[in-house]
Write a protein that binds this ligand. Sequence first.
Ligand SMILES: [Zn+2]
Length: 121
Amino acid sequence: MSLAICIKCGARKIGAWTPCPFCGFRAVDVEDLARAMLLTDQAQSKQALKAAAKEIKQGRFELDERLLDPIVRNLKQDDKLLAQVRNLKPRKLTTVWPGFPWLLILALLTLLIILWRSSQQ
Ligand SMILES: [Zn+2]
């Protein structure tokens, strides 16, 4: 999954077609799906995404419609993919961070050591 920008509110999220965890928007129309595809770090540089997010938040974002056409055409040929995309579950940035369980274990171990040490004195 790639880093993406919500095409409605400009929030950062994981995956072009996942529902936005902030405003709840989920692309359903083929045109919106194509727009969402263009607003990922796979389609654009991080700086361009940042600029797009800012413009969306200010309500003055315009996507080059010429870029959309080929993607829209491809999507329309793939019914299976479209059905899959429309059933995606929301994912928040924090829930996919792979380091989290390890950090929790480390914190628990540290706590145990502190407790053990204080019981020794
Ligand atoms: Zn949003």
